[in-house]
Design a protein around this ligand. Structure first.
Ligand code: ZN
Length: 249
């Protein structure tokens, strides 16, 4: 039973093992991509600023709910990579990457905060753990993670990357389930609002994304499909999210 979502989720992999794997995959990813320096890139500075505001909000949120332990082992890191791909993700333990290719879609800082809040919500709600556990059963017959890493390192790495929506040459991108999307949208909106960003910006952002559906959509959209149902649910949840929002902070 997930403490945050109250939903029963398949979880065969321990969060601490996943965080270890994430740290190693994150560092490898950073060495293989062009990371922008917040000192010289306004985009990277914006990502850092949003990251700091959102992580402060998240800590405050879970402490006030008495469930601060969901953040055990989290060591937040935010990096911006130069890439034409439109994507962003958060690995377990709080390892975040934003690709510059998503900035033409977000168009403003508030919409990027919506995206980052959404990605972080997927990680905290352990959606990646859920997908990884399912894939370990289907593809590796339920092998323990530690054994899988030792005996089938490439397969295990591919499963990890696909589970967290990280594009790889091999991986077909898997969409998150509708339920996972709804959970990430709702927690994401609360985090975004508490960080001082207007959560209502989520509506025009997801409408823009919805217009990009069809053809060959951006990477972000193939993992987070947008349609009328999402936008309707966002609008319905908005009064709740706005309770957490104080304008002008
Ligand atoms: Zn999503």
């Amino acid at each position: 039973m997930n403490k945050i979502t109250g939903r029963n989720q398949l979880s065969l992999v321990s969060e601490s093992e996943l965080q270890l794997m994430a740290t190693s995959q994150y560092n490898t990813f950073l060495t293989e991509n062009k990371v922008l320096n917040p000192g010289s890139s306004k985009d990277a500075a914006m990502v850092d600023r949003i990251g700091l505001r959102i992580t402060n909000a998240i800590t405050k949120y879970f402490n006030s709910e008495g469930t601060g332990s969901v953040l055990d082992g989290y060591k937040w890191e935010f990096n911006t990579v130069e890439s034409k791909d439109a994507n962003a993700w958060c690995m377990p333990g709080g390892k975040v990457v934003v690709y510059t290719g998503i900035l033409p879609l977000t168009q403003n800082e508030t919409a990027l905060a919506v995206v980052m809040g959404h990605e972080i919500a997927h990680a905290i709600a352990k959606h990646g753990n859920e997908r990884m556990s399912q894939a370990m059963v289907q593809q590796l017959g339920g092998m323990a993670l530690e054994v899988a890493v030792a005996q089938k390192p490439q397969e295990t790495q591919d499963i990890f990357m696909t589970s967290y929506g990280i594009g790889s040459q091999l991986g077909a991108m898997l969409p998150w389930s509708r339920q996972q999307e709804t959970e990430a949208d709702q927690y994401g909106l609360i985090f975004t609002a508490m960080a001082g960003y207007d959560p209502q910006e989520a509506i025009p952002f997801w409408q823009r994304m919805s217009e990009k559906s069809g053809g060959s959509p951006p990477e972000f959209l193939s993992t987070h499909p947008s349609d009328e149902t999402r936008i309707r649910k966002l609008k319905k949840f908005m009064p709740e999210a706005l309770k957490y929002y104080t304008p002008g902070r």
